[in-house]
Design a protein. Structure first.
Length: 458
């Protein structure tokens, strides 16, 4: 059936309400190159484990169970018609961490995370079902929106370099790995290299995986991590302990006040999450420009239902501090770049994205891969957060429309990163009211921003 697509049409599917069901081999060709890449890139999914160990005191095997459960839910996006490689809500991880750490270690922290993730899931489902998602975000003044995204970036960097942070444990490995990663991902010089040389181009397509493998070697060389002890067989996630000690089935539902207290952090998380939705739309439109033979249907409301449902499900069965996000930007770009090469390279975008996520799920079950990267998962997480911090600061600045917006955003972001979302929102609202008054929701436009910049340069 997957061969039956005519030029300009969508890949075959089974209609199911707002969803479009596509099954491997039946509705899309299985793409083995993307599957094999997924086997290796599951290492990035495993980088969530150190957060759960530090934040909730989870044993490794219990945290692995959460990662596997989340990995299975990644599949529902392409299976139900969402043309994305889903991932974490990476920019919000530091904000979520700051919030959860305000509660004492033990059941209260689990309650806080459950309340936060469940509230975010329900909010996303409601916005997706009613089609109000875009209106809610445009309702937030640009200065405050900019401040929240900046704050997420600040918090990501602070979490690595603060006293007792990961940089103190892995200074050489993080410095070398991050330096090479920033060169490969953001450097103009490397961009020119990969446009001229096939080898560099292939390295760039692997995202941060080559850097993670490099960290496996560098860490032990500098004495900052042990050499991996490769084990054979299948991984051993502990779902029983997860069920008894870290879910509502063993602990009960959080008290109502936990849900109320989570609202500012939920709103901050949703603002940065919606940025991923906008980015997804732009990437899909770019892919569509290159491949007219397949019509790609991206519906932000459907996406909200899917990642909202994932968050609601995970909050009950396996609370996860990295949350269920709409996009893994790095791998979305990698898959789209191969999709652009034509029908022979990738018949359908759903084949590439689906095969990749089937690959990551297989990799999570293979003990050799899990044991290979286990010693440097903290380094992998630091790398992810620093890259996300760079992107968040860049995007946050661009959300501002004037230098006044940028001033408000800088203070809002700094307060949010150090004191939490509730303080950040309060400061942002107060400053915006004081500076703009009746123009609270309007602010200033880009023409004023450009004019202000010219004046300041003089």
């Amino acid at each position: 059936m997957w061969k039956n697509r005519k030029d300009g049409e969508e890949q075959p599917y089974l209609p199911f309400g707002p969803f479009k069901v596509r099954l491997p081999f039946l509705h899309y060709r299985f793409e083995w190159p993307d599957y094999l890449q997924g086997l290796l890139m599951c290492a990035v999914d495993l980088a969530a484990i150190p957060i759960m160990i530090e934040l909730l005191g989870m044993p490794f095997e219990v945290a692995l169970a959460v990662v596997i459960l989340n990995g299975i839910l990644y599949l529902i996006h392409h299976l139900l018609g969402d043309p994305v490689v889903p991932g974490w809500i990476t920019p919000a991880i530091p904000l979520i961490t700051i919030y959860v750490l305000t509660f004492p270690e033990g059941p209260d922290r689990v309650y806080a995370l459950v309340a936060l993730q469940l509230t975010l899931g329900i909010l996303s489902i409601i916005l997706g079902a009613t089609g109000l998602a875009k209106r809610v975000v445009t309702f937030v003044p640009p200065a405050i929106k900019s401040g929240v995204i900046l704050g997420a970036g600040f918090a990501a960097v602070i979490s690595i370099f603060q006293v007792g942070g990961r940089f103190e444990s892995f200074p050489w490995t993080i410095s070398i790995a991050v330096g090479i990663a920033f060169y490969i991902i953001f450097s103009r010089h490397f961009y020119k290299l990969k446009s001229k040389n096939r080898t560099w181009f292939l390295i760039s397509k692997l995202g941060i995986f080559p850097i993670i493998i490099l960290a496996v070697i560098i860490g032990p060389m500098f004495g900052e991590a042990p050499w991996p002890q490769i084990e054979w067989g299948f991984s051993n996630p502990d779902f029983i302990t997860l069920y008894k000690e870290y879910t509502v089935f063993g602990l009960g539902m959080p008290p109502l006040m936990m849900f109320i207290a989570s609202i500012p952090t939920v709103l901050a998380t949703y603002i940065v999450l919606f940025g991923d939705v906008i980015q997804t739309k732009a990437l899909v439109e770019e892919a569509q420009e290159y491949r007219k033979d397949e019509r790609i249907d991206y519906d932000s409301n459907r996406a909200h239902l899917l990642f909202g449902g994932r968050n609601a499900f995970m909050s009950i069965f396996g609370p996860d501090p990295v949350m269920a996000g709409p996009l893994w930007a790095a791998m979305q770009v990698v898959i789209i770049e191969r999709f652009k090469e034509g029908k022979k390279a990738m018949h359908s975008i759903f084949g590439g994205m689906g095969s990749f996520r089937w690959g990551t799920n297989t990799g999570l079950l293979l003990l050799p891969i899990v044991s290979l990267v286990q010693p440097i998962l903290g380094i992998a997480l630091a790398l992810t957060l620093l890259i996300q911090g760079y992107v968040s600061v860049r995007v946050g600045i661009m959300e501002s429309r004037s230098t006044r917006d940028l001033g408000i955003a800088g203070i809002t972001g700094a307060v949010l990163a150090t004191k939490g979302a509730a303080w950040g929102f309060a400061v942002g609202i107060l400053l915006t009211l004081l500076i703009y008054g009746k123009q609270f929701f309007v602010g200033e436009n880009e023409e004023i921003f450009t004019k202000d910049l010219k004046v300041e340069k003089k």
